[in-house]
Design a protein around this ligand. Sequence first.
Ligand SMILES: [Zn+2]
Length: 46
Amino acid sequence: MRAVKKQDLPTKICTVCQRPFSWRKKWEKVWEEVKYCSDRCRKEKK
Ligand SMILES: [Zn+2]
């Protein structure tokens, strides 16, 4: 059995704060649509 390393996770750049963020379990179904690193940034987006 092979554990997935954190550095193997996909990453994106948040469109609001311009910081990289990593894949999270809660996004596994919607990763293609994720644009923000957090709910806070999502709310910042006008
Ligand atoms: Zn952000």
